[in-house]
Structures are given as structure tokens and as C-alpha cells.
Design a protein around this ligand. Structure first.
Ligand code: 3H9
Length: 721
């Protein structure tokens, strides 16, 4: 039965003996769109008014049970009954309702299951309340019901992390009553038949024991606050979630708690963080699509992979692949390096076991998928090779030549270069269409960003396959054209340039870092530079006999005095032995003063606001150029890059979204003021100026095909940076 044409999604109704089966059908993941809510309300009513029906099963079509509220409806008006009234109909159904959880039950999906009397899942079921990732809280009763089932402490952990539970864990926690090993619907019918004659069926809202246990104890809430401060810094929703659970613990009347939840939910909904985080949810999915590559482009199967280079990057990439079940050969020509590299991989996995993030068995499985080798010949049968040796074009070209000879003609050859010309690598092979950049971020087993670099000859099949592999290994994959710095590092150049100039003009590293960290950046630029090492550029310039540019004068002077950063415990900051915590280095202040004076720069008092504006708008202006040149497909892609690779706060939606929220006119106004300091740097990118004049935002930039001059690697500019 099809519910309606105007509303989105539907519910199918069928009867199995004396049981009505309601199947949510809203592909691909069954969110609770208008038609689904209407269908639930109508068919619960239908089943209740049919005397031959004794029980109701609620399930989902396809791979998902219900993926939650329809995220695209937030901030829009929507038709159909509201979710609360549909859920109330289920909770007060005269006939018992069982949720037969066939796949993902997330957010409003789990909340729907929680108003049912019983819950059964397949062993593939996954349950969770991930609303916090969208700047929201579980607003359909989840904050009141989950603590009653699993206890407030565990419920808070789930809601603050947003992490889902497997079926087995959900059973252990009491979220599921049973797991079906065979046919879910058959098992669900059998389960329900046994309960049908009971006079009363359990309701989660009546289970008060666990919340009452927590009443009067401050521990639970204090621990939650500490967790939120640690993993959700700067975010609005976590505090609201904690306040809801506080109500679940302390309010005698369930419905008072529910009402508070609705109020707090609305506050999240109105908060700009919600819009920013939903922008990222959809942006991450949009980024995986390449506008000029057909959706149905056939994908190559990746059944085996090779990595060249067993250093930190190579090892991290190998872990990514193995974690996704792909066997991987790690090649290094130096036996000692290879041994060391394998040792590091083993140690990383062991750390996960020690922290309870992986079982010993799981560790053995993934380690079993990673095989070291010294011989290129072993790579004959792999479907993709990722080269991850140090940045040297000639060396990489040699490797690509060898790979071209030893691997099958079909294999994709990828380079993890963070800046070299992919076309220059493709040109030494007989398969330029199969050559692509895969720029992972360090540590590759942790960082989610993957820049997929499209060379001029990279084929549609290669691009589509690598994007899909990116998803399979859990990365946020973004396409960049093959241009210097790709997307992320090119934008970063403007940001660190401004940070260094601010230091020359009078701000101290501590002030600059603190200002940007309170803006939400996970690590300020000087702490970052200390971590990476100040001496890299300095040594390279010395070798090439190059002059030090003004912007690097201070860090060069620190290097002259043996201050290289964390690696030797002194850089912009001082570090005590074995610690990564930065302590201010007052002895540097004289150096800063001297260098400024030598270069005729009058040091002055600089406000935190100026620091934030200059560093962040430096990113934005360069981002506009990247967009204009078609190096990035869309502005949202740059937001994904910055959030996943450079510690930009997700709750601000990325630098380009932040600029949209500020208003592009305002951005230009601020840049205009700074242009008195540096006219060249602060020249607005033409696209930024154009969109500001039209009162538009970056989302309204013309599509890539119309923008792109599709520059070659050498032509692309670096925007005066
Ligand atoms: C909530 O429930 C609030 C309530 O507490 C209170 C209300 C009062 N809505 O990710 P995929 C789309 S908040 C609309 O590629 P997968 C997605 O955009 C919600 N659309 O698949 C994509 O579209 P396209 C809490 C949604 O297999 C397509 O479906 N729930 C929704 O890799 C496929 O998605 C969540 O936060 C949605 N809820 O992963 C769960 N979900 O093809 C969010 C997905 O046009 N969803 N779409 O690009 C997920 O985590 C994953 O989608 C899921 C499947 C794990 C389900």
C-alpha cells in the first residue's frame, strides 16, 4: 500500500496471521520524512482498530531500520504529522509493538524503537543517538528513555560521543531484548506471539530504577561535563544533552522531562552551530561526487593493495586498508626500515587493544592482512599501489617506472605526495589514466581527510574507484585538481603567513595560539610549527643558498640558536623532557624584538580579534581563488578539508561556511582595513568580490565546469603567498 504521493517516504502495511507488519520504506536509509510519519500514524491506528490483529511489528525496508529524523527538513517547514504525535500513537498502542531492527537505528530511529514495547535486532543491527554530530540532541524522547534503559552514565556516553553500538553490545546493555540469528520477521513474530496474551506490556518510560539510582549523586553529571569538555570543546548541544539527562534523573514526572527535552532541542535547532554541522553532514556526502563523472561509472574491485615505503605514512595507510579487510603488502627496500615499520604498526594496534578499542583477535586478523616485502615482484597482483616515500620527484618517478613494469596493467598507481606534480609522475608510466594522488594526513590511521588529486589524464574509472575506496576505509575524501599545494596546504600557507606576520608586528606566539584556539582551532599555529619542526624550511633554504623571506625571519633566527621545536625541546615554546606541553619561552621575546627592529617593523599591541580575522580570512581569500580556478569543485569541499585535516572547528562549518555566515560583504570590509598593512596579500579574489557584490555566498559560485580554467600544475598561482 502506498501512503501518499505528496509526502516523502511511505510505510508498507501487511498482515502475517494475527500480526500487522509496518515496514518503513524511504530509500536509501529510511529517515522519518513526512510520508513516513503519516504512514506510522495511519497504520498504527489501522492495526489497533482491526480486531483480528493482536500485535504489531515495525521494521525497515532495505539496509536500514530508520536513520533518524529527515535531516534535510531541519530549518524548513514540513508537512505531515509531527514525530512526537506519531511516536505517542506507537507508545500508547493498545496492541503490543515490537521493533524488528534490520539495520541502522539511529537518532529518531532508535527513539522510535524506544517507544515500542519490545526490540529485536539482527546481528547486523546498529543502534545509536548521533544527533550531537549535527549540533542537536535526541529530541524525540531519547534523552529521557535511553537513561531509563541503560542508566544515565552509559546513556550520556552514547549521546555525547554519538558513537553507535553493535547488536551484541546493544543486547548486553539492555537496549535490545533479543537478537535474531535467522529470519528477523519470523523470529519477531514468534517472539511477539509469546507476549500477546500478557495483560501489560513494558514501556521504557515506566522503568525508573536506573534514573532513581543516580538521583542525588553529582558524579554522573560531573563526569559527563568532563567528557564533553574533552571531546566536544566549544559545542552547544552537549550542555543541552546533559541538562536533559539531569531532568530525566530529577523530575518525577516523565512528561516534564520530555517537555524540557523539547525546549532544549529547539534551542539547539535555532543555534547557528546546528546549521554549520548539518552543512558538514551533507557537504561530506557531496564531496564524494565528481560533477563531470557519471554516477554509474563502473568501479574497479580493490581486493589487494600495495604500499611503497614503510615509514609513518606508509604504515598508517596500510592500517587503513587492513582495517577495511583489504590485504596489503608493505614494501621497503631497506630491511631494517621494513622491520621498524612493521613494529610501529604492531605497536599502534597493541595500543588500541590496551585501550579496549580492539580485541586481541581483531588485532591478529588485521595484522594477518599486512605482509612486509622487500621485492617489487610481489606487487604483481595488487589492484592499487600507494607510494609513500619522502618528497623527491626523481625518486618517485623511479618508483612509478618500476611499478608500471611490475604491476598488472589494470592496477591503479597512487602517490601520497603532499605537493608534487601528479602529471609528472603519470608521464613516466604507460598508464597515465591509472595515476592519481592520494594525499593522506598524518597520522594516516587517525586523520579522516583524504585529498584525491586528479591529474590531467586520471580516468573516470580511476577517480570513481579511489573515491569509493576512500569511503570504504572511512575517510572524508575530497577531490583536488593537480595544482601546487592542492587544496589544504595551499590555504594553510595564507594562514601561517598571517600568523608569522602577526608575530613580527608585536603579538606573541602564546597570544596568537590562544586566540585561535579559543576560536576553536584544535591547535594554534605556533604549537603546530613546533610540532612539525622549525628547521625544515631553514635547512632547505640554506642548502639552496636562498635568502630568508621576511615572514620566516623569526623562525630562522630561532633555528640559528638551535631552537628547532619539540624535537629538541625548544622552539617557539619550551618543553620539559618527555612532555609535549608547551611552556612560554620568555627568552625568545628579545629575539622577536630584535628581528622586528632590524626589519623596520614597529611592534604594537594586537587584539585577539585582529589575530582571528587575519588568520581565518587569509584562509578564506585563498579558498576563493582555489574555487575560482576550479582546483576545488565546491566551497563545501574546502570546509571538509579544513575540518578533517587541519583542526578547524566543525561547529563553525569550515572556513568558507564561516565566511558565508559572516557575510561576504563584511569579509571584504575587514580585508579592506588590513590592506593598509599588506595591499598585495589582501587583494580580494575576484570571485569573492563578485559574490560579495551580488550579496551571494560561496555556495552560489558557478559550477566547476564554468569556473575552471583547468590550470596546469605550473600555471596555477599561489595567490601571492
Ligand atoms: C534526529 O534523528 C533528530 C531526532 O532526535 C529528533 C527529531 C525531533 N535524513 O551516509 P550515506 C541520506 S537527527 C536525510 O551515504 P551510508 C544521505 O544524505 C538524525 N537524509 O549512506 C545520502 O544522500 P545522497 C540522526 C539522510 O550507507 C543517503 O541518505 N541520524 C539521512 O554510508 C545515503 O547516506 C543521523 O544522524 C537522514 N537522517 O550510511 C544518521 N541519513 O545519496 C545520519 C542519510 O543524496 N545518517 N541520508 O548523498 C548516517 O549516519 C548514515 O547515512 C547511515 C548510512 C549510517 C544511516
Amino acid at each position: 500500500i502506498i501512503m501518499t504521493n505528496e509526502l516523502k517516504g511511505k510505510v508498507n502495511y501487511s498482515v502475517n496471521g494475527n500480526i500487522a507488519i509496518l515496514e518503513v520504506d524511504n530509500p536509501p536509509v529510511n529517515p522519518l520524512s513526512s510520508g513516513v510519519r503519516a504512514g506510522l500514524a495511519e497504520f498504527i491506528e489501522k492495526a489497533n482498530s482491526d480486531d483480528s490483529i493482536k500485535g504489531i511489528i515495525l521494521t525497515g525496508a532495505g539496509r536500514s531500520f530508520i536513520a533518524g529524523a529527515d535531516i534535510s527538513e531541519f530549518g524548513q517547514s514540513s508537512d505531515g504529522p509531527d514525530l512526537h504525535s506519531a511516536l505517542k500513537d506507537i507508545e500508547y498502542s493498545k496492541k503490543p509493538v515490537l521493533a524488528a531492527i534490520n539495520g541502522t537505528a539511529l537518532g529518531g530511529g532508535l527513539e522510535t524503537a524506544l517507544v515500542c514495547n519490545y526490540r529485536m535486532g539482527t546481528n547486523k543491527a546498529v543502534v545509536g543517538l548521533p544527533e550531537v554530530n549535527l549540533g542537536l540532541l535526541p529530541g524525540a524522547g531519547g534523552t529521557q528513555r535511553l537513561p531509563r534503559l541503560v542508566g544515565p552514565s552509559q546513556a550520556l556516553k552514547m549521546m555525547l560521543s554519538g558513537a553507535p553500538l553493535s547488536a551484541k553490545k546493544a543486547l548486553d546493555q539492555g537496549i535490545l531484548d533479543a537478537i535474531s540469528e535467522n529470519s528477523l520477521i519470523e523470529d519477531a513474530v514468534a517472539f511477539l506471539q509469546e507476549k500477546i496474551d500478557l495483560k501489560e506490556h513494558p514501556k521504557v518510560r515506566d522503568k525508573n530504577e536506573k534514573v532513581l539510582e543516580a538521583r542525588g549523586s553529582e558524579n554522573v553529571l560531573a563526569e559527563a561535563k568532563a567528557l564533553a569538555a574533552k571531546i566536544r570543546k566549544g559545542q552547544f548541544a552537549p550542555g543541552q544533552i546533559i541538562a536533559c539527562v539531569e531532568a530525566a534523573i530529577n523530575e518525577d514526572d516523565f512528561d516534564v522531562g520530555l517537555k524540557k527535552e523539547s525546549e532544549y532541542f529547539l534551542e539547539c535547532l535555532m543555534n547557528p552551530q546546528r546549521e554549520a554541522m548539518i552543512h558538514i553532514f551533507f557537504g561530506e556526502r557531496a564531496a564524494t561526487k565528481i560533477s563531470d563523472i557519471p554516477k554509474d561509472t563502473p568501479l574497479m574491485e580493490i581486493n589487494a593493495a600495495g604500499i611503497v615505503g614503510s615509514g609513518t605514512m606508509g604504515g598508517g595507510i596500510a592500517m587503513n586498508l587492513a582495517n577495511a579487510g583489504i590485504p596489503v603488502l608493505v614494501l621497503d627496500q631497506d630491511e631494517k626500515n621494513l622491520e621498524r615499520g612493521m613494529g610501529v604498526i604492531e605497536k599502534n594496534y597493541q595500543m588500541m587493544v590496551d585501550r579496549g578499542r580492539m580485541t586481541q583477535d581483531q588485532k591478529e586478523i588485521v595484522m594477518g592482512l599486512i605482509t612486509p616485502t622487500l621485492s617489487y615482484d610481489d606487487l604483481a597482483d595488487v589492484d592499487i599501489v600507494v607510494e609513500a616515500v619522502y618528497e623527491n620527484l626523481e625518486l618517485k618517478q623511479e618508483i612509478f617506472k618500476t611499478l608500471d613494469e611490475v604491476t598488472s596493467d589494470n592496477a591503479i598507481l597512487a602517490s601520497n605526495t603532499s605537493g608534487l606534480d601528479i602529471d609528472a609522475l603519470a608521464s613516466v608510466t604507460k598508464r597515465p589514466g591509472k595515476v592519481v594522488g592520494t594525499h593522506f594526513f598524518s597520522p594516516a590511521n587517525v586523520m579522516r581527510l583524504l585529498e584525491v588529486v586528479r591529474g590531467k589524464d586520471s580516468s573516470d574509472e580511476t577517480m570513481a574507484t579511489v573515491m569509493s575506496l576512500g569511503k570504504k576505509i572511512g575517510k572524508a575524501a575530497v577531490v583536488s585538481l593537480n595544482a601546487p599545494g592542492f587544496i589544504g596546504n595551499r590555504m594553510l600557507a595564507g594562514y601561517t603567513y598571517q600568523a608569522n606576520m602577526l608575530l613580527l608586528e608585536g603579538a606573541l606566539p602564546n597570544q596568537i595560539d590562544n586566540a585561535l584556539e579559543s576560536f576553536g582551532m584544535s591547535m594554534g599555529p605556533f604549537r603546530m610549527m613546533d610540532l612539525v619542526g622549525l628547521d625544515l624550511g631553514w635547512r632547505a633554504r640554506k642548502l639552496a643558498n636562498l635568502e630568508t623571506p621576511l615572514v620566516n625571519k623569526i623562525s630562522a633566527e630561532l633555528c640559528e640558536r638551535d631552537r628547532f621545536g619539540q624535537k629538541n625541546s625548544k622552539g617557539f615554546y619550551n618543553y620539559s623532557e618527555g612532555s609535549r606541553a608547551p611552556n612560554p619561552a620568555p627568552e625568545n621575546e628579545e629575539i622577536y624584538k630584535e628581528v622586528s627592529e632590524k626589519n623596520n617593523i614597529q611592534r604594537r599591541e594586537i587584539s585577539d580579534q585582529e589575530i582571528i580575522d587575519r588568520c581565518i580570512l587569509g584562509l578564506v581569500n585563498e579558498g576563493a581563488r582555489i574555487l575560482e580556478e576550479g582546483v576545488a569543485q565546491r566551497s563545501g569541499d574546502m570546509d571538509i578539508v579544513y575540518i578533517n585535516g587541519y583542526g578547524f572547528p566543525i561547529w563553525r562549518g569550515g572556513p568558507m561556511f564561516y565566511a558565508n555566515q559572516l557575510g561576504l560583504k563584511e569579509v571584504i570590509k575587514k580585508m579592506d582595513v588590513f590592506s593598509e598593512l599588506d595591499n598585495e596579500f589582501w587583494k580580494p579574489a575576484p570571485l569573492l568580490q563578485k559574490l560579495a557584490d551580488q550579496s551571494g555566498n560561496f555556495g552560489e559560485a558557478p559550477p566547476a565546469e564554468e569556473r575552471a580554467e583547468l590550470l596546469s600544475f605550473k600555471q596555477a598561482n599561489m595567490g601571492g603567498v
